[in-house]
Write a protein that binds this ligand. Structure first.
Ligand code: SIN
Length: 328
């Protein structure tokens, strides 16, 4: 494209998910295949997007349950490439709902973008009787055009959630995401965004990520971090299995363990004993809470670190990134 005005283009990157899902029966909202419809066709399905300056690119075409480092790396590189273009106003990513919150946190941590990066999704396939993807995509494009918005956000069912707080909380309903205690950042109403707080007070810092993309691009894998849960009758066998594998020198070492704890970071004593062994062997241990709301409030003398408010899956990712050489 030539002679494009500064910040006039929005780029839509497709990665798959139910938003790109296809079902044999239009009334079947569960027996479909995710990641089938190309991003160009998703855009064409929303007539209201015509007239806007949009570009689209297929970065991946997967069910996001299979998300992993290779796609994240490519996605981060493509997002960074487009954001660096003066004419680009923001980037929209179509994504599966199942790991959307992890991708959002990965991109925020690695890029801390100074322009909007908006993930969107759907709970019903593109071929459904009443798909939710087209409205979500339209709303996401609106949010990506917002003046003053920086960083990674998620848009679904009319809500705007921050990368830090967004969490999938329902397995089936169209309104499947929540921001816990923080609440959503805003909502999209008839093509307008209503922010619930002044933007400056809610967006995450768009700095502090210098050099991180280069480290991601140079890496072939993320350090191994396991996620375990404390529960009634828990024991340490999963953790002890991890330690046995580490000492067998077979495969990549598990360098960290995140534990989804009960309540305010408490652990079944048998699991705590095994995690103590893990810590003594040099494995980093971080506690998050398995409660849907709240965080682990650290206390003097805690044996294990806390996740600083991150959910178990985001804490797992954060620890894995932190274990990369020279990450800081
Ligand atoms: C996926 O996460 O790719 C499938 C499920 C969904 O998008 O709702």
């Amino acid at each position: 494209m030539e002679n494009l005005k500064a910040r006039s283009v929005r780029v839509i990157l497709g990665t798959g998910g139910t938003i790109a899902g296809r079902s044999v029966d239009a009334a079947d909202n569960v027996g479909y295949v995710a990641g089938e419809v190309g991003v160009d066709d998703l855009v064409k399905a929303v007539p209201h997007l015509q007239g806007l300056v949009l570009e689209s690119e297929q970065v991946a075409q997967i069910d996001s349950k299979d998300m992993g480092f290779a796609v994240w790396k490519r996605l981060a590189e493509r997002v960074a490439h487009h954001l660096a273009r003066e004419e680009v106003q923001g980037v929209i990513i179509t994504h599966g709902t199942d790991t959307l919150e992890e991708t959002a946190w990965f991109l925020q941590t690695v890029l801390a973008p100074g322009k909007p990066v908006v993930l969107t999704c759907a709970m019903r396939p593109a071929t459904a009787l009443v798909p939710d993807g087209p409205q979500n995509l339209l709303d996401a494009v609106v949010v990506a055009g917002c003046e003053g918005l920086t960083g990674v956000v998620a848009v679904s069912a009319g809500w705007v959630h921050s990368a830090q707080h967004v969490c999938k909380v329902h397995s089936y309903r169209v309104d499947a995401f929540d921001s816990g205690d923080a609440g959503p950042m805003g909502c999209v109403e008839e093509g307008e965004v209503r922010w619930f707080q002044p933007l400056a007070s809610t967006v995450l810092a768009s700095s502090g990520a210098e050099g991180r993309l280069a480290k991601i691009s140079a890496a072939t894998a993320l350090p191994g971090v396991a996620l375990v849960t404390s529960h009634a009758d828990a024991d340490g066998r999963v953790v002890l299995g991890v330690l046995a594998l580490n000492s067998s020198q077979q495969g990549a070492k598990t360098e960290g363990i995140v534990v989804a704890c009960t309540g305010n970071g408490t652990l079944h004593r048998a699991l705590a004993a095994a995690l103590g062994q893990a810590l003594a062997s040099g494995v980093r241990v971080v506690r998050a809470t398995r409660c849907a709301r709240g965080r682990v409030i650290p206390h003097v003398g805690d044996k294990f670190d806390s996740s600083e408010g991150l959910s178990p899956v985001k804490a797992r990712l954060a620890l894995s990134l932190a274990l990369l050489p020279d990450w800081a």
